[in-house]
Write a protein that binds this ligand. Structure first.
Ligand code: FES
Length: 169
């Protein structure tokens, strides 16, 4: 497919977003086998997949809305709400769990005042849980966007957050 996706700074009008998504669906031949790829594009266009976007996909592909919603809710990388500027993923794979991953999650929830799966009100961070980044020898590990922070100490979590523009204390 040769459709250029908008970069993060590029603001599309609602009409342009709809047109782009319709084009993506057409390029994928409205084929349900391509649903996951189509939803990835839809999330890139809109930033997330709220119900009205799911409805457009369902209508344009001529598949039931329940099918779309089922896929969106099954995969953790799809989100129905706008994501934060930075995604914090705490590993709770076995090595990280036994070395204090859960304490990191609790500390982040407390410091940022969000639950797992939520985004801070200022939209700076989204918090999620993952299973193993392959850094088990340096557990517990936390990734923020594309950077993996290793041997994270829950008491030093604020220091890490400040690197991403957090201004709390
Ligand atoms: S278990 Fe956390 S990086 Fe492998």
């Amino acid at each position: 497919m040769d459709i250029a996706m908008p970069c993060e700074q590029e603001q599309l009008t609602e009409e342009q977003q709809q047109e782009l998504l319709t084009r993506v669906i057409r390029e994928y031949n409205r084929d349900e086998h391509n649903l996951i790829q189509i939803l990835h594009y839809a999330q890139a266009i809109y930033g997330c997949l709220p119900l009205d976007v799911q409805r457009q996909v369902a209508r344009d592909m001529d598949v039931p809305l329940s099918r779309i919603s089922g896929v969106v809710s099954f995969y953790s990388y799809f989100s129905t709400e706008p994501r934060g500027e930075h995604t914090i993923s705490v590993c709770l794979g076995t090595a990280c769990y036994v070395r204090g991953g859960k304490k990191i999650v609790d500390r982040l929830k407390e410091v940022l005042d969000v639950e797992v799966g939520e985004t801070t009100p200022d939209r700076l961070f989204s918090l999620e849980i993952k299973r193993c980044f392959g850094s088990c020898g340096l557990a517990p590990a936390v990734s923020i966007d594309d950077t993996v922070h290793k041997r994270v100490n829950p008491n030093k979590i604020q220091q890490i957050l400040r690197m991403y523009g957090w201004e709390g204390d």
